[in-house]
Design a protein around this ligand. Structure first.
Ligand code: AHE
Ligand code: ZN
Length: 385
């Protein structure tokens, strides 16, 4: 196929606020046929083997994402194999196993050279507009241009991404597992170890025990944190949190009207050393996470994505008296240089990925994956593409 368009199946999100299923069911088929153009210079065409579904995909589909553009192909947790490469691409070749990165790593922009952040700026602007760096898309469906999403678009049998957005990983690793390293797991683990730099013995509070919260817990165990406090209004989540290494469990609903920040300050000797907000974008939880931190040094990391227009608040006194508010994207992880190590940890049994996979579906049934995410208990649906 190299150099030629590929016809393949994909889940196309035609319109914001409409369930994917409505369109997937058109014509009685679960998915639609699209055409994927060959990669241009600096680009790589990938065969997607597996993909996770993240709440951010549902968020964008809902229409709340200021950057959502339709029609598009969603998906950003991919386990892929390079099909062909465009002109000038040297760091990957056909057959390599890669995880696409929504936070790429060019190594040359001001951000990459700063050594202070993983937020590469090389292609961020076009990525946010759903196009490749030359301003065009590689997808067409029913004669219409279809936009890319987060520079990854993994809900398709084939996708095109930039070379700088390819993390090459050990081909021995299961792609139906390491696909989850495309977002949720490094986001939580990295927030602990790269953004907060949690030290041994520290007390850590985790608000929300979904995929990100569990990854924070794993990261805190790796950092040898002392007490790891799992907080969730759904006590069903505590069993898995315990399995991942949480030591304490708090359900805010058990304390009546008492604000959860007050509960934590009272129970944990003035508050925690670090807190992580993995609530799925609830700005009141973000506030509670900051305010449950210990006076003088407690640091809170915002991880989840709040709907555009939402704002966080606290009394400035909370910061004046030494609490620190931070946030990070993709856990501060530099994908091309640091993601291969996550795969090694998984292969060595030092990073749990298997337990996240609570549901599996074929691409044609991806709508069921979206439904499962909002069902009672689901950490991650993984789609076999
Ligand atoms: N487009 C959204 C913002 C979305 C957002 O914050 N995305 C996170 C990743 S979510 C992964 O599930 C992120 O990494 N952001 C950094 C960046 O550069 O976008 C909006 O509200 O406009
Ligand atoms: Zn995500």
């Amino acid at each position: 196929f190299a150099g030629k368009p590929i016809k393949c199946k994909a889940a196309v999100a035609w319109e914001a606020g409409k369930p994917l299923s409505k369109y997937l069911l058109q014509g009685g088929q679960g998915v639609e046929e699209i055409e994927v153009a060959p990669p241009k210079a600096g680009e790589v065409r990938l065969k997607v083997v597996s993909t996770g579904i993240c709440h951010t995909d549902a968020y964008t589909l809902s229409g709340k994402d200021a950057e959502g553009r339709f029609p598009c192909i969603l998906g950003h947790e991919g386990g892929c194999i390079v099909e062909s490469v465009g002109e000038g691409v040297t760091s990957v070749k056909a057959g390599d196993h890669v995880i696409p990165l929504y936070t790429p790593e060019c190594g040359q922009c001001k951000f990459c050279r700063s050594g202070k952040t993983n937020l590469c700026s090389a292609i961020r602007e076009t990525q946010g507009r759903g196009v490749m760096p030359d301003g065009t898309t590689r997808f067409t469906c029913r004669g219409k241009e279809v936009y890319h999403y987060m520079g990854t678009s993994t809900f398709s049998e084939y996708t095109v991404v930039c070379e700088i957005a390819c993390a090459k990983v050990d081909p021995a690793a299961r792609l139906d597992r390491v696909c989850l390293l495309g977002c949720g797991i490094p986001t939580g683990w990295g927030a602990v170890n790269y953004t907060a730099k949690v030290e041994a013995g520290a007390t850590v509070a985790v608000f929300g025990c979904g995929a990100i919260g569990l990854s924070v817990i794993q990261g805190a165990v790796a950092a040898k944190a002392g007490r790891i406090v799992a907080i969730d209004v759904n006590p069903e989540k505590f069993e898995m949190a315990r399995r991942f290494g949480a030591t304490d469990f708090v359900n805010p609903r058990d304390f009546g009207d008492k604000p959860i920040q007050q509960v934590i300050v009272d129970e944990y000797d003035g508050g925690v050393d670090y807190s992580f907000e993995c609530s799925g974008g609830n700005v009141e939880v973000m506030r509670a996470a900051l305010e449950c931190c210990h006076k003088g040094w407690g640091t809170s990391i915002i991880i989840s994505v709040a709907a555009s227009g939402q704002e966080v608040r606290t009394r400035p006194f909370m910061l004046v008296t030494g609490r620190v508010w931070k946030g990070s994207a993709f856990g501060g992880v530099k994908g091309r240089t640091q993601l291969p190590r996550f795969v090694e940890m998984y292969q060595a049994g030092q990073l749990n990925i298997d337990d996240y996979v609570t549901h599996t579906f074929d691409l044609a049934d991806i709508a069921k994956g979206f439904e499962a995410m909002h069902a009672e208990y689901c950490i991650r649906p993984v789609i076999s593409v």
